[in-house]
Design a protein around this ligand. Structure first.
Ligand SMILES: [Zn+2]
Length: 269
């Protein structure tokens, strides 16, 4: 993998013949009580010192990834647009800065249906963010959650359920990574012996969840399953020619994982 160029809100990489662009949607500040010890207890005065806080809160970057595989522009997640804190919703600016026209995006694949991942399908002005959208891929287990989101009602007729091993494009494959949400899915980009796993919400707080992957997130739908999935994917990622890209890793959120005695570290690319 090679970095091609970058700007304030994007980083562009080449992996084999493919292009991957990390796009900044923004960030969200959340209380440290979202972090959970293995018995689902929040930390209090015992918050580990390595947890990084910004004005007393956890600052989560919100990242989106575009993979250009031949003539297909596949956007993995969409950010929050104007549906949550005003610190998010930069995606259209980030695309413009990277020289990508919103009309070029024909496929959107969601890692899961939470609002910071799917709500950017509708722009702040109420229009479709991607007017030429042909395929909207949603993990099968979350079709009900997707259909319950009133902001996205217009997409009910257009969303397609996908399952593990679904081939999004010649070099992008869906990988079930359930736990954070019932259908949470990673997207594996694989070409020329290199792999980039765009893993969604496997890690929310990089300052602690690599070194102590047993620590979970209050919004994990199934804490035990989320923990097991994180351990499995970290173990899998810790190998040569393998990179990960995470929705909430510090922007651009692309890097390599290494393992030492049950603990992991993340090296930004
Ligand atoms: Zn998220």
């Amino acid at each position: 993998m090679k970095r091609h160029d970058s700007g304030i809100n994007f980083d562009r990489y080449a992996i084999g013949a493919l292009t991957v662009i990390a796009l900044r949607d923004g960030y969200v500040d959340l209380p440290a009580s979202r972090l959970r010890q293995p018995d689902n207890r929040p930390f209090n005065s015992d918050l580990p010192t390595e947890v990084e806080l910004v004005q007393g809160k956890l600052r989560l970057s919100v990242n989106v990834y575009l993979v250009i595989d031949g003539d297909q522009h596949v956007l993995i997640d969409t950010g929050a647009a104007n549906s949550w804190d005003p610190t998010m919703g930069l995606l259209p600016h980030a695309l413009a800065e990277a020289g990508v026209n919103q009309n070029e995006i024909t496929t959107v694949a969601l890692t899961h249906t939470h609002e910071d991942h799917g709500n950017g399908l509708v722009a702040a002005d109420g229009s479709d963010t991607f007017p030429n959208l042909q395929r909207l891929l949603v993990p099968k287990e979350e079709i009900g959650l997707f259909d319950d989101n009133e902001r996205l009602l217009r997409f009910r007729e257009r969303r397609s359920p996908i399952t593990d091993a679904y081939e999004v494009s010649p070099h992008i494959t869906a990988r079930a990574a359930h736990g954070h949400e019932v259908g949470h899915t990673a997207y594996e980009v694989s070409i020329s012996g290199e792999t980039l796993l765009i893993w969604g919400d496997i890690v929310h707080v990089p300052s602690i969840q690599f070194t102590r992957p047993e620590i979970t997130w209050g919004a994990d739908a199934n804490q035990d399953e989320a923990r097991a999935t994180r351990l499995k994917l970290l173990h899998r990622a810790a190998r040569p020619d393998f990179h990960v890209a995470g929705s909430h890793l510090e922007f651009p959120g692309v890097g390599a994982v290494s393992e030492h005695e049950g603990s992991y570290s993340f090296k930004p690319f």
